[in-house]
Every structure is written in C-alpha cells, then in structure tokens.
Design a protein around this ligand. Structure first.
Ligand code: ATP
Ligand code: MG
Length: 326
C-alpha cells in the first residue's frame, strides 16, 4: 500500500483553503482504501509564526476535532502531533547539514511571509527542512497539499537526494506531491491566497454569525448593482468550490446580466458553506464534548508513528557516523 502523509500547522483556525487544498484529499485518499495515511498537526512548525501558548494549545485541539469531524478515521489513518515524535526534530538537524542556505532563501513561502511583515526567525527559514524530515521519516509516497507547498515538496526531494548521495545510502524515498488543480490555491476574502496568518480566512467551523461576517467581507469592486460584473470575481471563485458546473454558470450569467449584486452572491456562498459542512459542524459539536477521546486518538497515533520514526532515525544516525548509546 502506498503511504500518504501530510500535516497542518495549528497556527490558527482551519479554513476553506486548508480543506479544499489539503484535508479533502486526506479524507478522499483514506476512503479510497489505497493509501496508508499519516496525518499530523505540525505544532513545531507553527512556532515559526505563533507565540501565544494558549492559542497554540487551543488551535491544536481544534484541528484534531476538525480532522475527525470532517471524516478522518483513527481506525484507518494515523493521526498524531508532530511534537509527540521528537525524532522529527532530530532528523531535521541531520538534514539541515546537507541543505544549502541558498536553497532555503529561495523559498516562496518564506519570501511571501516576510513580505507580509512576519519577522523571519531562523525557524521560518529552516521550515522546509523540518518539513522534509516529517515526510522522509516515513518513506512517504505521496503528500496531499495545496499548491503553495509544491516548492517545499521539491525541497524535500532535493534534500533526500543530497543526503542519499552524500552518505552513499538509499535511505530516503523521494515523495510526490498530490495537488488538485481546481482548488490548488483557494483565494481569501482579500483575493490573495487564503492563509491562517494573513487574516483573510473563511472558517467553516466558525459560528454562523462569524461565518456570515467573513463571507460578507469578501472584497469586491464597486460596480453599481444594475451593471454587468466580471463573472470571475472573488465571490464566484469561492462559490465554485461548492457548486456544480450548472450552478456556477447560473451565477456567472446573473453577474453578466446585471441587477445581481455581490451581496446576493455572498448570501449564496454562505448558504452553500452551511449546507456543505452542515453534518461535519454537527459532528464536531458532539466530538468536542469528549476530550478524553481526542487525547486517546493522539496517544495511539503518536505511539504508532514514533515506532516507525525511531527505526528510521537510527539508520540516519548510523549513515552519518553518530554512534548513539541509548
Ligand atoms: P499559515 O498562514 O500559518 O502558513 P496556512 O493557512 O497556509 O497557514 P498551513 O498549515 O501552512 O496553512 O497549510 C496546511 C495545508 O493547507 C497545506 O497543504 C497547504 O498547501 C494548504 N493550504 C493552505 N492555504 C491554502 C489555500 N489558500 N489554498 C489551497 N491550499 C491551501
Ligand atoms: Mg502555510
């Protein structure tokens, strides 16, 4: 069976971009029965941008709840916290020594975050090395991600090749990205990539009131109500995530005809979100009552992942000449 692995940072509340870019694929690959899925919460990664301990804890539990409510099944997939497998950071160190600084400085995500005013600590620069460790640790075949992570996947492959070459071993398998074309980059309320750290998200598990506020804040131009509008505007793009081709075309025609305002379209988007995530929202409320269950899922998942990681790290240490007595 092929192994699929991916993670999401608890750097905020999950949004439509995370779902359509990544999580939907986690669930689809799980349910196809063709993959052995490993899905983790990248809590160490989130420290590169999040400095509030309470928020980190809350976000972490929230993401596990989201995973489960949306259909990840701990009986079929291994769900765990990155920090419960400390071998990830250990491997990250080994890999950082075969990773040129120049490679990391070329990172799109790194550069985008700096451009957004996030102060670049060392962790933000070396983020892709830890990500490579996450992936290479488990002989991963495919990594379901959004398009923004494509380059990081290329880095992981480069780093794997470099290590294998440098130490003349065949230790790390080269992973392939799994990116869906039509939801590769979900736009945020401001039209840029929806991102937890950009404050432009629509959160499918927010309260109805909050969700409405987010949807209504989608930025549009000021074309008067009666005039025709660009059918590929932000609102229509978000609607396309939920609606059939016929429904999408209907909305486009209404925009082209005029007398159809952005407000009307936003209401359609809001209703589509509530309908699409209706069941998951209910399941999530139930799951939230049982924190013991959440801890149990993480404990079991962490144990399973760690056993694999311990074997791999031993081989990696051996390859570089670290003796290791314990
Ligand atoms: P941050 O702003 O802290 O980087 P994020 O919202 O980008 O958070 P990540 O945890 O970095 O979320 O990414 C988790 C997964 O969601 C990745 O696979 C990423 O490619 C995917 N993803 C994030 N945003 C989008 C988006 N707007 N469209 C499609 N996929 C996305
Ligand atoms: Mg991101």
């Amino acid at each position: 069976m092929k192994r699929s692995l991916s993670g999401i940072q608890p750097s905020g509340i999950l949004h439509l971009g995370n779902y359509f870019g990544a999580m939907k694929q986690f669930i689809d690959t799980q349910n196809s029965g063709e993959y052995d899925g490993f899905y983790f919460i990248a809590d160490y990664h989130s420290l590169t941008s999040l400095t509030d301990p309470k928020a980190l804890k809350d976000n972490t539990y929230n993401i596990v709840l989201d995973y489960l409510a949306l259909g990840l099944d701990p009986k079929k997939s291994t769900i765990f916290l990155q920090s419960d497998v400390p071998e990830h950071t250990e491997l990250s160190w080994l890999l950082s020594n075969v990773t040129p600084v120049g490679l990391l400085e070329r990172g799109h995500s790194y550069k985008d975050k700096i451009a957004k005013g996030i102060s670049p600590n060392t962790g933000l620069l070396t983020y892709p090395v830890l990500m490579a460790a996450d992936i290479l640790m488990y002989d991963t075949d495919v990594v379901p991600v959004g398009k923004d992570q494509k380059q990081h996947l290329e880095f992981a492959r480069d780093i794997a090749m470099k290590f294998n070459q440098q130490y003349n071993v065949d230790l790390f398998k080269l992973p392939e990205p799994l990116i869906l074309d039509d939801s590769a980059i979900v736009p945020g309320t401001d039209g840029q990539k929806m991102s937890k750290s950009y404050g432009n998200t629509i959160n499918m598990f927010a309260s109805k009131k909050e969700l409405k506020k987010q949807v209504m804040s989608i930025v549009t131009d000021s074309t008067p109500l009666e005039d025709p509008k660009d059918p590929n505007n932000n609102v229509a793009k978000l609607y396309a995530l939920f609606a059939s081709i016929e429904k999408q075309n209907e909305m486009k025609e209404k925009f082209l005809a005029g007398n159809y305002g952005y407000g009307h379209a936003k209401t359609e988007v809001l209703n589509a979100i509530l309908e699409y995530f209706g069941e998951a929202r209910e399941r999530r409320e139930e799951l939230a009552k049982d924190t013991d269950y959440i801890n149990e899922v993480l404990y079991e998942g962490g144990k399973k992942a760690r056993a694999i990681a311990q074997e791999k790290i031993m081989k990696a240490k051996e390859a570089v000449g670290i003796i290791g007595n314990l």
